[in-house]
Design a protein around this ligand. Structure first.
Ligand code: SF4
Ligand code: SF4
Length: 280
């Protein structure tokens, strides 16, 4: 199997426990209105609209119907291609085998605790993870995923023996609002949270505080109560929405006030969770 990857990061302290290498895969099955990396949502279809505007001459037609060919040596890193792409794609995403990514990871293994696969949505490439994660364990490193929790449970089951933990988003409690914000209801997410908690693989649940969607005490109380029912000690982090990097209407939304974030942390604790934090 091969994975389509949009970016590799050698060090991160915000993508799971300790210092971690991070692999950002290309492609997601939802399209959040507040997505901070919309260019990772789709796979380039080779339509060619971005080729003429590339100032480095780094883009050229690829195989018929497939993604463009990208020459990193010519690329100026200007992001013009992702700015003009109407398909929320990135022509610079590259395909890697498990062995390719192991070769990238090995020199880092003295400096990181493990690897986190983020996205896009990593569970859309579960067959790749089922090959890659055993190799990561062979290096003495841990494995994590950052997932929207919306892929069928059978995919998570395939990687469970080699998965050390999952960082999962619970974006909106009410399914209809979740659908408006992301394009999908949240029933499968709630079911997967139950399964991951029962398997002891739920490392952290992130709850973004989005104006008009998830910024009320009622919302946080309901979601936190559900999580506390699974395990009161699940680490939960409330993420303050930031408009920076978003496109469309979300760019005009306002970040929640500090006072509201502090109040919502108290609400989550009051609902029974013992380990609640928040972003600044
Ligand atoms: S990156 Fe977007 S605009 Fe460029 S060829 Fe691919 S789909 Fe078309
Ligand atoms: S970032 Fe995109 S548009 Fe800019 S030089 Fe590289 S390939 Fe071309």
């Amino acid at each position: 199997m091969r994975a389509l990857v949009s970016r590799l990061l050698t060090h991160s302290f915000v993508d799971g426990p300790g210092n971690r290498a991070v692999i950002f895969v290309q492609g997601c099955q939802i399209a959040c209105l507040y997505c901070h990396n919309p260019q990772t949502q789709q796979v380039c279809n080779g339509c060619g609209l971005c080729v003429a505007g590339c100032p480095g001459g780094a883009l050229a037609p690829g195989a018929p119907g497939g993604p463009l060919a990208w020459d990193p040596a010519q690329c100026l890193g200007c992001d013009q291609c992702i700015t003009v792409c109407p398909n929320s794609a990135d022509p610079r995403a590259l395909s890697y085998s498990p062995q390719d990514l192991l070769a990238w990871l090995r020199p880092l293994s003295r400096f990181v605790r493990g690897v986190t696969v983020s996205g896009g949505e990593p569970m859309l490439q579960a067959d790749f993870l089922a090959e890659f994660f055993p190799l990561v364990h062979g290096e003495g490193l841990s494995t994590m995923i950052e997932t929207n929790g919306l892929v069928e449970w059978a995919a998570y089951e395939r990687i469970l023996p080699w998965l050390d933990g999952a960082l999962v988003d619970l974006k909106v409690w009410e399914s209809d609002r979740h659908r408006t914000l992301t394009g999908m209801g949240n029933e499968r997410l709630l079911e997967n949270l139950r399964h991951l908690a029962a398997a002891g693989k739920l490392t952290e649940v992130r709850m973004p505080v989005i104006p008009g969607y998830s910024d009320t005490a009622e919302h946080v109380r309901a979601a936190a109560g559900f999580l506390a029912g699974l395990d009161p000690a699940i680490p939960v982090k409330l993420l303050r929405f930031r408009p920076h990097g978003t496109t469309g209407p979300a760019a005009g939304w306002t970040a929640p006030e500090e006072e509201l974030m502090a109040e919502l942390v108290d609400v989550a604790r009051g609902a029974g969770l013992t380990t609640v934090s928040r972003s600044r």
